[in-house]
Design a protein around this ligand. Structure first.
Ligand code: ACM
Length: 650
């Protein structure tokens, strides 16, 4: 009887709850909405859900915000603008798994964005992408409520926009010898001509770009064009060498700022750009100009004299100011990488802070708007998993979790200036990303994390829950034909980097040879680095690896004479950015800190030509009673960086 009762009750519970349990509820949505209230009941539909839209005033619901109510009879959306209605539909789209699920849980969702700028960047210069590829990414961006597509149209590797006044930009500047960026650079970074048998690359016609802009606008996405200046402009100088200081192709990468023809060129180009792109922001690059030729170029020197400019940073600032005035005169605003701060920021310029967040904070303090895109959190060109299992990348390690934990509002930001922080952006530089599939793999899911940080209130963020929702969203994207990263096969950070390591020298004092200090760029934890038990991860920029542009020569004091049976340190090699194993390591010991005896020399046996990321321990076993251990690593004859994270003593 009891069993029957229990079965009956269980059956009853099942009947009552099964439909609700099977129905999709808002807990799948990325970015996580501001407020969700679940209600009893389920809304079932056959083809698509029935949705009633109601307009309300902006006082009731802010721009881009919405209130979505699902009842057993249908869905109601309240919003004050088209974007809000559109975003409500994206939430619904996710709840129905893009139409795969025909039952959704009754609920009320109130939602609006934290930041007005939620961007994704596309580098179509390093590898040209099809219009279809861009539209496909626009679809995905829209689904996750991202609203700014920054398109990097020009760079050394190829000019990608038809410009009627300067046809050689696309006849020459869009075509290179070398299908991939790597092939092109390793064959000497030469250009070709449209129609030549060896020409690789491409460009968008204005009609194609208008098509992309229109397609994006229908999805409430603004396309922001970037035209690089004054650096990263080798392809322009190949097409129009007279715009560089030397007057010759293949000599320099910067425009000649002393030459008025350069301003005529840029203003003409930007006029055509603004005819195609209606965005308020026009991105004028500004990053990584070499500025070398300007120091000796008579025209640049003359410009500096005439304008009372003291240095080449001032000359770059002159150019950005002048272009800024031109763009403003057309009713638009410039945005540029944080180097546009150097030499003085142009009025009304918005700064995209990429070298860290300091530039952005400085610009905010000066009353300028800022988009945060610090490399440490927002550069999706870094490997997203253990580099040994990933496709070749520019280096670094930026897993989903590290993108997600980024909080753009920092305590050091003045409270009365925080409103200048307009949002954030995921950047994907494409030097090592030749195919569309590879690019998708790098964007998704890490761009979800940028979307959630840019949209959702910080109190609503939760890493574990985000990862759960990400798994579902990836399934939806894969069902739509996207080539995403597979989160279920994530290997993660180096194992010891996750756990740390206890050993005899942990916490012991380390004395550095005063002639051989660490590099200021890579201090890690300073003089405690080698004995703090903190092990470096997959990238030398994780602030756990200490970098040296010299030998390393340090002595550890164990505090008392002790039995030592092992001494070792692990080095990293990544030849691309110039990181090499030491040539050899001498390991010495002493009882008194005065007389040291050599225990062993460990020689390097790793090839300096190995292209992949490598780790190797330079270690020895021994049987010694000692107080001091000296570890002397000799820099490679390749003269790059040495990176060491810990010296383990046991
Ligand atoms: C940049 O990554 N050079 C903006």
């Amino acid at each position: 009887m009891k069993l029957i009762l229990r079965l009956f009750l269980f059956g009853y519970v099942l009947i009552a709850w099964l439909p609700v349990a099977n129905a999709q509820d808002p807990s799948v949505v990325i970015p996580v909405p501001v407020d969700v209230e679940l209600m009893d009941g389920v809304y079932r539909f056959t083809d698509g859900p029935s949705v009633r839209f109601k307009r309300v005033s902006p006082e009731k619901i802010c721009a881009e915000g919405y209130v979505l109510t699902v009842s057993a009879r249908g869905v109601t959306v309240n919003a004050s603008d088209d974007a809000g209605e559109f975003y409500a539909m994206q939430t619904l789209r996710q709840m129905t798994g893009n139409g795969r699920h025909k039952e959704i849980r009754c609920c009320r969702i109130e939602d609006y964005p934290r930041f007005p700028y939620r961007g994704v960047h596309f580098d179509v210069s390093r590898h040209f992408r099809s219009v279809d590829f861009l539209k496909k990414q626009i679809d995905a961006m829209a689904m996750f409520k991202m609203n700014m597509m920054h398109i990097h149209l020009t760079d050394a590797a190829g000019w990608r926009m038809q410009i009627d006044a300067f046809p050689r930009l696309t006849q020459v500047g869009a075509w290179r010898i070398g299908q991939t960026w790597k092939e092109w650079t390793s064959a000497g970074a030469r250009y070709s001509e449209e129609g030549s048998a060896d020409a690789a690359g491409g460009y968008y016609t204005k009609d194609e770009l208008r098509d992309i802009v229109g397609y994006a606008a229908q999805r409430h996405i603004t396309v922001i064009p970037e035209i690089e200046m004054p650096g990263h402009s080798e392809e322009v100088l190949a097409a129009y060498p007279e715009l560089g200081c030397s007057g010759e192709a293949y000599k320099g990468s910067d425009f000649c700022v002393g030459n008025d023809a350069v301003f005529e060129f840029l203003e003409t180009v930007l006029t055509e750009v603004m005819e195609v792109f209606p965005s308020e922001y026009i991105h004028i690059g500004g990053d990584e100009a070499g500025k070398e030729h300007w120091k000796t170029c008579p025209k640049c020197q003359e410009r500096m004299r005439q304008e009372g400019i003291e240095d080449v940073d001032g000359l770059q600032s002159y150019m950005i100011h002048r272009i800024g005035r031109f763009v403003s005169s057309k009713g638009r605003r410039i945005i540029g990488w944080d180097e546009i701060l150097d030499g003085g920021l142009a009025p009304d310029a918005t700064v995209m802070s990429w070298r860290g967040t300091e530039g952005g904070i400085q610009a905010m303090e000066m009353g300028h708007d800022v988009i945060m895109t610090p490399g440490r959190y927002c550069y999706l060109d870094h490997a997203q998993d253990a580099p040994f299992k990933e496709p070749e990348s520019i280096g670094g390690y930026l897993p989903l979790d590290s993108v997600y934990v980024y909080e753009p509002v920092e305590p050091s930001m003045p409270a009365n200036k925080v409103h200048h922080l307009k949002g954030l952006q995921a950047n994907l530089w494409a030097e090592y990303i030749p195919t569309d599939e590879h690019a998708e793999y790098m964007y998704w899911p890490r761009a979800f994390a940028i979307a959630e940080t840019a949209w959702s209130p910080v109190e609503r963020k939760d890493l574990a829950d985000f990862r759960r929702r990400t798994a579902g969203a990836l399934e939806t994207l894969r069902a739509e034909g996207y080539s995403t990263f597979d989160l279920s096969s994530e290997y993660g950070e180096r194992k010891l980097a996750q756990t740390g390591l206890n050993h005899k020298a942990k916490g012991c004092k380390v004395t550095y040879n005063p002639d051989l200090p660490w590099s200021e760029r890579y201090p890690a934890a300073g003089e405690s680095t080698f004995t703090d038990g903190v092990i470096g991860g997959w990238t030398y920029s994780d602030r756990r690896w200490q970098g040296f542009l010299s030998d390393i020569d340090v002595t550890i004091d164990l505090g008392s004479v002790q039995k030592v049976s092992y001494v070792g340190g692990t080095f990293m090699q990544l030849t691309g950015p110039g990181v090499f194993m030491p040539r050899k390591v001498d390991i010495l010991v002493s009882e008194d800190g005065e007389d040291f005896r050599l225990v062993t020399t460990v020689w390097n046996d790793v090839s300096v030509n190995a292209p992949e990321l490598l780790f190797r321990s330079f270690d020895t076993i021994m049987d010694e009673d000692v107080r001091y251990v000296r570890y002397h690593a000799c820099r490679s004859t390749m003269r790059g960086f040495l990176f060491l994270d810990e010296i383990v003593v046991n």
